[in-house]
Design a protein around this ligand. Structure first.
Ligand SMILES: *Cc1c(COP(=O)(O)O)cnc(C)c1O
Length: 643
């Protein structure tokens, strides 16, 4: 591997956050590796080129089901190992929380691999449950139901159990228990042999040993039953003679849990609760520890928000060890551990690739060398002087002078003392000085803060053909960081510093925070844009939450999607699903494309009738308008337009 490639691999941190799935090949292209088989790789640039040939442009979401399989196996293996190491007597099962990514392909691929380990599903709404009921799961896997439930939701659970599934209704509100018990009576009187759902309870935990267990409230948590409520559930079940239905104890303390200490505390508390209930003679078999396993998006292995200070094996070891210790201490059997990790399983498998459409410049670069006239205002002349004589010794002082002159320029303009041309000249000179000062400053060993700020100001703004709101909503809403990397040219040193702007008309539609091992970068190293040559960027690890949380801001639709298999001969494009069209996007705002078309046609016809448009121009406009309804909502690349 050439040393430049090694450097770019380090610049973008691929080996820190890539979990072994990504790399760079000799051509300098980003590759995706098949899990457990480094020999099989897919070249992302080649995939994009192939798709271009089929008329599928960017942005496009690439799905690699093998990475989903890889994550499933990592998790399963980690727990298997921990169970063996600590002589744990219970099992380990996963249920995939559908809310993380309900896309049919994702769920079906998950079930394909997960079924080998009896991994099941978790549904949190009627719609998710409705789909889950009809999907094929392995016989011994679970279907766990969380979230608030009305009677129909509970009845759907019975529909699932009636079809033979191992459904668990996790009680979040007392009313759900009432629905469940009345439906039990209804079902068993008609069909005494029918398989019934199991019951679980969700507990409110108070980690950090805050000792508020006995206090009523637990006001902070939205979900979960208090101790008294749990005791009430048990009492009601006993009265109904159905206490044997209570099989599961559940908790979930949040997503992207970055600190293993917090997790251990929660495990301790939950294991105690399980033990105490078990000692009451209730046959609980499952301890559901929820989701929350974090993804190390920045690769720093710290408790920073976009990272995690543990890996899958450490997580599994701690969970198994803590639960075993508590159960042994309390003399109760080890429960089967249910895990609802969604982010960890699905984040890696999807990559959004898009092109940089253009650069937004602070000042146009192609302005001809500035001529200074005798009658130019003094301030312009002085700026010109600074520009001509700035050097590595005086740059700091000259930069400060330039800042003053710029203020003066604006003041004079506002007082009506200089012309628009003078102001324009002055601005160009000012930015020239900044550019030179920045270059001098970066040559020094120690770059002072003011020049760091200048760098941010001077950095290029790359216009990326996507919507942050649609494809990386957590970056906008939560400042969640995702690795971003060019998919090609990685054998060349990136010489530019840039931030990204998306194509929405929203000034929040930008990406100006990037992963870093020690901090957060405010600019990203990228390559200089070349004329007539596309430059592609990949937003990595976007397989969890981003698709479903993405919104229609500015009516940008769902991007194209391709399913990629990595085989002996590189990539195989298994499936291509076209992204949303203008008419799809308009429909989400309750517009009717047919009606819009008819209205437009009528209006133009009238203009033709009155002679304002020729018949030819008019019908061409109508035809164009109609065609556009079925076009992609994103921009067409310049190089494609020229063809
Ligand atoms: C969201 C959610 C999960 C998934 O959490 P991840 O952080 O994606 O692992 C699991 N269980 C419940 C109850 C949830 O609400």
């Amino acid at each position: 591997m050439s040393s430049i490639i090694e450097q770019t691999v380090e610049t973008y941190g691929i080996e820190n956050w890539g979990a072994g799935y990504f790399g760079v090949n000799r051509k300098g292209n980003l590759i995706v590796k098949a899990p457990e088989n480094d020999g099989l790789t897919a070249d992302v640039k080649e995939i994009i080129d192939d798709l271009q040939k089929r008329g599928i442009g960017t942005p496009i979401l690439l799905r690699f089901p093998q990475l989903l399989f890889g994550q499933i196996r990592k998790l399963q293996t980690a727990f298997k190992k921990a169970i063996r190491e600590f002589d744990y007597e219970g099992g380990h099962l996963c249920v995939y929380p559908m809310k993380v990514n309900q896309n049919r392909a994702v769920i079906e691929e998950y079930l394909k691999e997960g079924s080998r380990y009896n991994f099941g599903l978790e549904a949190g709404s009627k719609a998710e449950l409705y789909a889950a009921i009809a999907l094929e799961q392995s016989k011994d896997s679970l279907l766990v139901l969380n979230g608030f439930k009305d009677r129909d939701f509970v009845k759907l659970a019975f529909a699932g159990a009636g079809a033979g599934k191992n459904v668990v209704i996790v009680i979040e509100k007392m009313s759900e228990l009432a629905h469940t018990l009345s439906l039990v009576e209804e079902f068993t009187s008609e069909s005494p042999e029918a398989k019934l759902p199991m019951i679980g309870v969700r507990v409110k935990l108070y980690s950090k040993g805050s000792g508020k267990w006995e206090k009523s409230g637990g006001e902070a948590a939205k979900f979960g039953l208090t101790t008294t409520e749990i005791l009430d559930v048990i009492r009601q079940l006993q009265e109904a003679g159905r206490v044997d239905m209570l099989k599961l104890l559940h908790f979930h303390i949040g997503s992207q849990l970055t600190d293993i200490k917090r997790i251990k505390n929660a495990m301790k508390e939950a294991a105690r609760t399980y033990s105490k209930i078990r000692q009451m003679g209730i046959p609980i078999e499952f301890l559901d520890v929820g989701g929350g396993m974090a993804v190390d998006y920045d690769g720093s292995r710290t408790s920073f928000e976009s990272s995690a200070n543990y890996n899958a094996q450490e997580f599994a070891n701690d969970v198994i060890y803590v639960i075993k210790t508590v159960c042994d201490d309390e003399n109760v059997p080890h429960p089967t551990i249910i895990q609802e990790s969604g982010r960890y399983l699905s984040a890696y498998h999807a990559i959004l690739v898009t092109n940089v459409q253009d650069e937004i410049e602070a000042v146009a670069e192609d302005i001809s060398p500035m001529e200074i006239d005798e009658d130019d205002p003094q301030v312009v002349k002085e700026l010109h002087d600074l520009r001509e004589t700035i050097n590595s010794k005086n740059y700091r002082e000259y930069y400060h002078d330039a800042l003053e002159h710029r203020d003066e320029l604006f003041t004079m303009f506002n007082l009506g003392l200089i012309t628009l041309e003078d102001k324009g000249k002055g601005e160009v000179l000012f930015w020239d000085i900044c550019e030179k000062a920045d270059a001098f400053a970066q040559q020094k060993k120690y770059v002072s803060e003011e020049f760091d700020d200048l760098r941010r100001l001077m950095c290029a703004k790359y216009l990326a053909n996507f919507s942050v709101f649609r494809s990386m909503p957590d970056n906008w809403a939560l400042e969640q960081l995702f690795p971003i990397i060019p998919i090609h040219k990685l054998n060349k040193k990136p010489t530019e510093y840039a931030t990204l702007c998306d194509i929405t008309c929203d000034s929040d539609g930008i990406v100006d925070k990037f992963i870093d091992l020690h901090d957060v970068k405010t600019v990203l190293e990228l390559h200089k844009l070349a004329a007539n040559e596309p430059y592609y960027l990949a937003m990595m690890l976007v397989g969890a939450y981003q698709e479903v949380m993405g919104n229609n801001h500015n009516l940008f639709g769902v991007p194209h999607e391709a399913h990629i298999f990595i085989g002996e001969d590189g990539h195989i494009i298994r499936k291509v699903i076209s992204g949303g069209t203008l008419s799809d996007a308009l429909e989400t705002a309750r517009f009717d494309a047919v009606q819009l078309r008819d209205t437009y046609r009528k209006t133009v016809m009238k203009r033709i009738d009155t002679g304002d448009l020729s018949t030819k121009t008019g019908s061409q406009l109508i035809e164009f308008y109609e065609d556009q309804a079925e076009s992609y909502t994103y921009l067409t690349m310049h190089s494609n337009e020229e063809k």
